[in-house]
Design a protein around this ligand. Structure first.
Ligand SMILES: *Cc1c(COP(=O)(O)O)cnc(C)c1O
Length: 364
């Protein structure tokens, strides 16, 4: 079976550097909140031109702790997209706040900024856009709305490390931005990990406290916190991969453009808006015959995945929010038609040709 992503192939290319790094960390015997985490935080905040960065255990925690530190909790409403990974909404619910969904754009699958204003109520405190599949959401409009209504903006950058809009990096628009280092993400560790970046030092200190049992150190606990730290081993691995992230993203873009050249006559290919720099965490096509294509690919030994088959407002776990079928027609239609194809920096061009030929042939 041709896989969605081949992490072993990438590992073998950087194996020597990784093993050298692991040995250095293991011998240092400093495994939690040491030099490597601090160095990674510095690198990632500088990359984004942002003042503060805090390594945490996952993007789910990055979102949860950011929302909490920004003062969002019970009785508040947070506007977000129904077309994202479940964790986005879990983080909102962990704080006690209520997620309010807004439908998506049919081209980028990001939250449709033109629909946000009519969902704002007296309880709205924040907007949580997700840069889905690696294409930045319409941050210019979102920031304008947030300013007008005095709302916080928390960016979910789990899929968009290195993406940008008007030469401004995704993750540097809002009050805080949250990254995932889950192994298959564009910048992936060999375990779980996440990071928050932001410009406000007071809020950053609050997040540093929350990740470490509500303590700034010295066994003095100012509030209840969590155990949510990025560990040194993951940070070391990420330092090795961070050096290559722009190159990895360039390769993803090259692979995406080859797919688009080969597939654009038979399916709807991903769109890159003017001024956007898409980093193709996923290469997601759309077709009314999606299920047929997926079955055919499977018979030919090609993996593909449906991100996402059920929009969040129709998920069993979120029934209590009271949404029903028909509430978000674009997200519902898109969920029936999308299919993500294998895309990763190391995929062979001939595999892209092969996969595209199979799709074109089955639709003839
Ligand atoms: C992966 C992902 C998350 C969660 O990241 P973890 O690091 O696994 O907690 C959140 N939001 C989106 C959009 C994601 O793709």
């Amino acid at each position: 079976m041709k896989p969605m992503i081949d992490l072993k192939k990438q590992y073998l290319e950087i194996k020597e550097e990784i093993l050298y790094m692991l040995n250095e960390i293991l011998e240092s015997s400093q495994y939690i909140l040491g030099k490597k985490v601090a160095e990674l935080e510095d690198n990632i905040k500088n990359y984004h031109g942002i003042k503060e960065a805090i390594g945490v255990a996952s993007c789910t925690d990055a979102l949860h702790l950011s929302l909490r530190a920004l003062g969002i909790g019970a009785g508040d409403e947070v506007i977000t997209t129904p077309f994202t990974f479940f964790a986005t909404v879990e983080a909102i619910l962990y704080t006690g706040a209520k997620p309010i969904f807004v439908d998506i754009e049919p081209e980028t699958y990001n939250i449709d900024a033109s629909l946000i204003e009519k969902s704002i109520t007296g309880k709205t405190r924040a907007i949580l856009p997700v840069h889905i599949f690696g294409h930045s959401a319409d941050m210019k409009s979102i920031i304008n709305i947030a300013k007008k209504y005095n709302l916080k903006v928390i960016e979910d950058c789990a899929q968009s490390f290195g993406a940008s809009l008007n030469n401004t990096k995704a993750g540097s628009f809002g009050n805080a931005a949250c990254f995932s280092f889950y192994p298959s993400k564009n910048l992936g560790a060999y375990g779980d990990g996440g990071m928050v970046i932001l410009n406000n030092t007071g809020i950053a200190d609050e997040i540093r406290k929350l990740r470490n049992h509500g303590s700034r150190g010295g066994y003095r606990h100012e509030c209840l916190g969590y155990n949510s730290r990025l560990d040194e081993i993951q940070a070391g691995i990420l330092l090795v991969k961070f050096k290559r992230i722009d190159e990895y993203n360039r390769k993803r873009r090259k692979n995406a453009s080859l797919y688009t050249r080969l597939l654009s006559n038979s399916v709807v290919c991903p769109v890159e808006k003017k001024d956007a720099y898409h980093v193709y965490h996923q290469y997601t096509i759309r077709s009314r015959r999606r299920d047929f294509i997926q079955q055919y690919l499977k018979e030919q030994g090609i993996s593909s995945v449906i991100y996402y088959p059920i929009p969040l407002h129709l998920q069993e776990a979120l029934k209590f929010l009271g949404y029903k079928e028909g509430d978000f027609p674009v997200a519902e239609q898109v969920s029936k038609e999308v299919l993500s194809l294998p895309i990763y920096p190391e995929i062979e061009e001939r595999d892209i040709h092969l996969i595209s030929e199979i799709i074109n042939k089955c639709l003839q």
